[in-house]
Design a binder for this molecule. Structure first.
Ligand SMILES: O=C(O)CCC(=O)C(=O)O
Ligand SMILES: [Fe+2]
Length: 339
């Protein structure tokens, strides 16, 4: 597997490439790119006014992330800050189109468009760029993002490639290649929030207000900084870090599709992503053990849990991601595994 990252100093803009071109020049090279001339042809680009969206799905209930400070770094990285509001889609749009003070406390992200309204799905398509049907469940999408004064905290996608399709609002983006990971303070692979960075790029709701005293290496990390305009699609390759910010109302749609493992960045991040997948698997197992014996932490259950933990440990050693041995790490791991 390749470990050499592409060396990129600026983002290309390419107009409506063919599938073959896109695969050869960008997916295979693990190279981000802005695609023009595709999304600006969609009905979703020309017709998705608030009134149109509300007329099709105004009453459908959606889950909208909520943080009283409007800090979605906290929402994503601190479990106690995770709150959702269940709102009618139309009401959510009204909030996002209303005064910033209220709107910025809400962000609807990654919501299945088909669940909001199957009638909206044919209004857009990336089939000129990728085969949306490859393998069962390989392309999940489209997923909808609607917000106002938004900031998506620094994160990467562990197992997928992505098209972020900007339909309304102008988005500021910072990208870091996977090889910059040692400078980006990623959360440990054995935490739920793995794939996120500890660094808050929106401290006090101020874009790029990073605490460099606490996170000095971020300053040294190579970055691509650019703007994505309405009607443009950003290709985010697997394991590329991204942070986004928008002033005012914005609506975008992201398609995710499974990445071939040979595109993963090894050894690190690929090994942590695999260890994280194992972590999720074992966590489900521990939860199941716990649920069956709720309130009865009997010997048999303890023995099974210990056995499973040994398997998990062996698997992590084999992947080159040993379990933490320090007290804080062990505590985090045990808490997250529900042990
Ligand atoms: O636009 C955003 O706020 C987040 C976009 C993103 O992270 C994605 O599409 O993967
Ligand atoms: Fe993302």
């Amino acid at each position: 597997m390749t470990t050499i990252p592409p060396s990129i100093t600026r983002i290309d803009r390419v107009e409506a490439p063919t599938r073959e071109q896109f695969e050869r020049d960008y997916v295979k090279q693990r190279k981000p790119v802005i695609i023009t001339g595709v999304a600006d042809q969609w009905k979703a680009f020309s017709d998705w006014t608030p009134e149109y969206l509300k007329s099709l799905a105004g009453n459908v209930e959606v889950d909208v992330h909520y943080n009283a400070e409007g800090n979605f770094h906290k929402w994503y990285t601190n479990t106690p800050d995770r709150h959702d509001q269940r709102l009618p889609f139309g009401k959510m749009i009204d909030i996002m189109r209303g005064p910033a003070e209220t709107a910025r406390k809400h962000y609807m992200t990654e919501h299945s468009l088909g669940l909001i309204s199957p009638d909206l799905v044919p209004d857009l398509s990336v089939s000129s760029l990728i085969d949306e049907t490859i393998g069962p469940g390989r392309c999940t999408g489209p997923t909808l993002f609607v917000g106002h004064n938004t900031c998506m905290p620094a994160h990467l996608h562990g197992t997928t490639e992505a098209f972020m399709c900007q339909l309304q609002g102008t988005k500021e983006i910072i990208l870091h290649g996977p090889e910059q990971t040692p400078k980006l303070y990623s959360l440990p692979w054995y935490s739920h929030q793995y794939i996120f960075s500890e660094v808050d790029w929106f401290r006090g709701c101020q874009w790029k207000n990073v605490d460099y005293d606490k996170y000095p290496l971020v300053k040294e990390a190579e970055a691509l900084e650019f703007t994505v305009y309405p009607g443009e699609i950003l290709f985010i390759p697997v394991h590329w870090w991204h942070v986004t910010s928008v002033e005012g109302y914005q609506l975008s749609v992201t398609y995710f599709w499974a990445s071939d493992r040979e595109r993963w960045y090894f050894p690190s991040l690929g090994r942590e992503v695999q260890a994280h997948e194992a972590f999720l698997h074992f966590q489900r197992m521990f939860l199941a053990l716990d649920q069956k014996k709720r309130g009865r932490r009997d010997r048999q259950r303890e023995a099974r849990a210990q056995e499973a933990l040994k398997h998990f440990e062996k698997m992590c050693d084999a992947l080159g991601c040993p379990l933490p041995t320090d007290e804080a790490g062990t505590q985090t791991l045990y808490e997250q595994l529900n042990l």
